[in-house]
Write a protein that binds this ligand. Structure first.
Ligand code: PMP
Length: 354
């Protein structure tokens, strides 16, 4: 029986995407070939990657605005250094809102001065810092829109003259906003975009070419742009499956179509976390993530009983990250509200029998 999968990533994707992707493994579009054996230079795949690149820009509302969508390797972790390689000439500004921001900062320091303009480390990253200023002579400002581990999310972004770079790995394509405020967005695919193995970078082309250093080809956004995101063999299967997922999202009405559903799921679970005396939320209320609610058991609540109950209810993947403990119920785009209701029912049953 299919589980209610609250895993933080890789994570749930729509069932129809799993079905279409598995059909393509056996026979891709009646070609007599598996998606796993076709050339990335074949007409069939070139049209897949072209459609996926165009659809990303369409969903983000960034067509004809000077942006390029790239499907790269190396995960969001590679972007931590690729961003700095391409953009950091002298100095960059970063906010530190959790484990992934800290890792991005560590990599950027290899390339120049990093000013940490704000941090929420003082409270184990349970909030989003809001009052800070960004030096106007910074080469760029970097932030993490959604902190997957701590369950916090930026609800707004600073207005700044310097290029705005954002790690959107865990909330890309989940909520509407003006994406043209960003100059570079990146995301590992394995949450809202597709399976692991491909990384999205959406780059405003005019921010490139400003650093003095030599950039190795594989690290160079301009090289990937010039080669239509085919400088080397791309992750064919992951990109195809991402395209299926992007098509699914478009058919639902795009990001606006999913946003309301995501908000309803989050409201349902957070209401129970706040109501039920056996649980307490981890993140500050105003900064709570719509994608990754984090919560702990209240003192005296019996962990073994709760764990037994959710496992019996066919729930998967709600153990919290080791740096926060407790629980994290990731509710990406493909998670149906019915699965969230199953978790809420378990929490209520736990209260009743405790
Ligand atoms: N940034 C964020 C916000 C993440 O959630 C993750 C992975 N969970 C990463 C970066 C690292 O991604 P990857 O494993 O693709 O390198």
């Amino acid at each position: 029986m299919k589980k209610h999968n609250f895993s933080a990533g890789p994570c749930i994707l729509p069932q129809e995407v799993f079905e279409k992707a598995s059909a393509a493994v056996l026979d891709f579009n009646n070609s007599g070939l598996s998606i796993l054996e076709i050339s990335h230079r074949s007409e069939a795949f070139v049209s897949v990657i072209e459609e996926a690149r165009a659809l990303i820009l369409e969903l983000l509302g960034l067509q004809n605005k000077g942006y390029q969508a790239l499907f790269l390797h190396g995960g969001a972790s590679m972007q931590f250094l690729m961003v700095a390689y391409n953009l950091l000439d002298k100095k960059a500004a970063y906010t530190n809102t959790g484990t992934w921001s800290s890792k991005a900062i560590k990599e950027a320091k290899l390339f120049g001065e990093v000013v940490e303009v704000a941090s929420s480390k003082d409270k184990n990253f349970n909030y989003i810092p809001k009052e800070y200023s960004i030096p106007t002579d910074a080469d760029y400002f970097h932030c993490t829109s959604n902190n997957t581990i701590y369950g916090t999310q930026m609800k707004s972004f600073p207005k700044t003259e310097v290029p705005l770079v954002c790690d959107m790995s865990s909330d890309i394509l989940s909520r509407t906003m003006d994406f043209s405020q960003f100059d570079l967005i990146y995301a590992g695919a394995q949450k809202n975009m597709g399976p692991a193995g491909v990384t999205l970078a959406v780059v405003k082309e005019d921010i490139l070419g400003k650093v003095k250093r030599q950039i190795p080809s594989m690290m160079n956004y301009q090289v990937h742009i010039d080669k239509d995101s085919m400088f080397n063999t791309p992750s064919v299967f992951s990109i195809y499956t991402s395209l299926l997922n992007l098509q699914w999202l478009k058919n639902l009405g795009g990001i606006a179509g999913i946003e309301d559903k995501n908000n309803k799921k989050a409201e349902l679970l957070y209401a129970e976390i706040d109501r039920n005396p056996l649980f307490k939320g981890f993140a500050e209320k105003e900064d709570r993530s719509i994608m990754n609610p984090t919560f702990n058991l209240a003192e005296g609540a019996d962990k073994a009983t709760f764990d037994k109950l959710w496992k019996e209810a066919n729930i998967n993947g709600i153990n919290g990250h080791r740096s926060v403990g407790g629980y994290r119920a990731s509710m990406y785009n493909a998670m149906p509200i019915e699965s969230v209701q199953v978790l809420v029912d378990v929490m209520q049953h736990f209260e009743k029998i405790s």
